[in-house]
Write a protein that binds this ligand. Structure first.
Ligand code: NAG
Ligand code: NAG
Length: 326
């Protein structure tokens, strides 16, 4: 199973065959207020993958003239908080569409203006000047871009899939209910920052994060709501909320009895139609019903297959897309 999945993943990764290169940029983490590396030189078709590590940073497009001010219509990852203990890191991808410079900063607090937390794609020999301008002065508001700075045209191309600081939303999911061993809806599409509000209805359910490979086994350090017994005549229902931290699929199940083996599973951002769709996940849960890997009696074994988040991405979309790993 494992090696097969790995192969399948590799095959997926090979899909964007036209890409000449992929650059990985670590955002924050052990490097502090820094993108590492601080700039890349890329060709159209190349991919820049921003890997968000510890603290709470953004990848936000600015301009050469105003390094620490958001460029209207530019892309913006929004804030991506990463907890100290976190070992899986959210990724945002930027598809390079031209050799024009793209100027980027972290919009958190004074990371840019005091920390010089900036990044550039194709800065030529202007990166030092850009960084100096970031820390040298507060971002001039309303300043237009330097003549000849082509970042504006860069963003005009491609698809506008930037999650530019749109308000986050709450997504309600009904868990159980009379006669229902379901999460409803069972797969939802969510953006970073959205909250999944699980509303527990009749019987005694829980929602626990698992992995695609082991649908009915808790994932180490994953969320676990604990059980919510709800009386048959209840009219108010307890809730448990989980924040969506990235756009990779999230897999979860109900650990009660054999609910999982009967298909009581849930996913966020599963890709329909593929071999890692919600349906494939549910089928697997039912298939391993009662066998090793399936939870029985609400048992929380630790035999869970722990996927390591590889740096190879399977999803590429739009001018600036958040990438789903695994
Ligand atoms: C991340 O930073 C933003 C902006 O400062 C803040 O609103 C948000 O609460 C922070 N998130 C966490 C989890 O610290
Ligand atoms: C997002 O991160 C928070 C804080 O680490 C965690 O409690 C929550 O379970 C995470 N969400 C998902 C979907 O794993």
């Amino acid at each position: 199973m494992f090696s097969f999945k790995s192969l399948a993943l590799l095959a997926l990764c090979a899909l964007p065959a036209a890409r000449a290169a992929t650059f990985e940029v670590v955002v924050g983490g052990a490097n502090g207020l820094k993108y590492n590396p601080e700039s890349v030189t890329a060709q159209p078709g190349d991919l820049v993958r921003f890997i968000f590590q510890q603290k709470n940073h953004t990848v936000t497009q600015s301009t050469f003239a105003a390094p620490c001010a958001k460029f209207n219509g530019g892309f913006d990852s929004g804030f991506v908080p990463v907890a100290e203990a976190q070992t899986e890191f959210p990724v945002a991808e930027f598809s390079v569409t031209s050799t024009d410079p793209v100027w980027i900063y972290c919009a958190q607090g004074t990371h840019c203006s005091a920390g010089g937390m900036v990044f550039a794609i194709n800065p030529g020999d202007r990166f030092a000047a850009f960084k100096a301008a970031a820390t040298g002065a507060a971002a001039p508001s309303g300043t237009s871009t330097t003549a000849g700075t082509p970042s504006a045209t860069t963003t005009g191309t491609g698809t506008a899939s930037a999650p530019s600081s749109t308000a986050t939303k709450d997504i309600k999911v009904i868990v159980g209910g009379p006669g229902a061993l379901t999460f409803n809806p069972s797969n939802v599409q969510a953006n970073i920052g959205d909250n999944i509000i699980f509303e527990f209805h009749q019987k005694n359910h829980a929602v626990v994060k698992s992995t695609f490979e082991a649908p009915c086994v808790p994932m180490a350090s994953g969320f676990d709501s604990g059980f919510f017994p709800v009386a048959d005549d209840a009219t108010t229902f307890p809730t448990y909320s989980v924040r969506v931290n990235d756009t990779r699929p999230v897999w979860a199940y109900c650990p009660q009895g054999n609910h999982c083996g009967q298909g009581m599973v849930f996913s966020v951002n599963a890709v329909e139609g593929g071999d890692r769709s919600f349906q494939a996940f549910q089928d697997l849960a039912k298939q391993i019903n009662g066998t090793a890997g399936g939870a029985t009696g609400g048992g929380y074994g630790n035999s869970g297959f722990q996927p390591t988040i590889s740096s190879a991405s399977a999803v590429v979309a739009g001018l600036f897309a958040l990438a789903a790993l695994l």
